[in-house]
Write a protein that binds this ligand. Structure first.
Ligand SMILES: C[S@@+](CC[C@H](N)C(=O)[O-])C[C@H]1O[C@@H](n2cnc3c(N)ncnc32)[C@H](O)[C@@H]1O
Length: 224
């Protein structure tokens, strides 16, 4: 019998690495899809795929935002997003995020030097939906189910001041509470609500893997 999270993620990985799924796996997974209303879309060719999530980090200032942009990237990866695009150039941030992917696994990708307006247009024109996280937006609980039904979303988080066009181009302006806080916190809570907490059990298949322990540090190392 399929346990939803593990098998859902296995299927997603299988799709990403183009492994074939046998008929039994497909039908068992379909039952689990029907049983739980989850952020899954059914790919007619490869089987099953988790919603694809791009995070767009706006307004990165290399002289002061290195740490926070790195944390936006780390949270994006750890909480189930597929890639981060950084508005601005910063080789150091890109390298440190890629280094984490290299050691800790997953297929998260990182790109900088993004022209945000072009990127948002292209994403929208290709059928993706845009979610802008802002304290001024709609309550997350009022829109999260609708967002969960999308196949591809771009989650936009700002730095200091976000240009008005972003509010207009977004399909949803979403508030994680209507108080000012942080892009790192807003992204973490948003993704966790989107995946209903299940993203935390994901297996990244990395060279390094933590074995949960009540005390001390237990880390598995793999050769490849
Ligand atoms: C330093 S804050 C700037 C706060 C800004 N006044 C705003 O529009 O939310 C940087 C980023 O954190 C995110 N953020 C901060 N508070 C938020 C909240 N309550 N809900 C959603 N996102 C928030 C937004 O993406 C914002 O662009």
């Amino acid at each position: 019998m399929f346990t939803w999270v593990e098998d859902h993620l296995k299927l997603s990985r299988a799709w990403k690495s183009r492994e074939c799924l046998d008929a039994n796996s497909q039908s068992a997974a379909l039952q689990s899809v029907e049983q739980f209303h989850t952020p899954i879309s059914i790919n007619p060719i490869f089987g099953f795929e988790i919603m694809r999530i791009t995070v767009l980090r706006l307004g990165h200032r290399p002289e002061r935002d290195k740490r926070i942009t790195t944390h936006v990237g780390l949270v994006a990866r750890a909480f189930g997003a597929d890639e981060i695009l950084i508005d601005g150039r910063d080789e150091g941030v890109v390298e440190s995020l890629r280094d984490v992917v290299n050691r800790w696994g997953g297929s998260f990708s990182v790109a900088d030097g993004i022209v945000w307006r072009d990127e948002l247009r292209r994403f929208r024109d290709s059928g993706g939906k845009i979610v802008h996280l802002t304290m001024y937006g709609s309550r997350i609980d009022d829109v999260i189910e609708e967002i969960r039904s999308c196949e591809r979303i771009m989650v936009v988080v700002g730095a200091e001041k976000v240009p008005p066009d972003v509010y207009n181009m977004a399909d949803w302006n979403v508030a994680v509470g209507n108080q000012p806080h942080s892009e790192v916190a807003a992204l973490a809570v948003f993704l966790d609500r989107l995946f209903m907490g299940k993203e935390l059990n994901r297996d990244f298949g990395g060279r390094l893997e933590v074995i949960p322990a009540a005390r001390g540090k237990v880390v598995l190392g793999r050769r490849s």
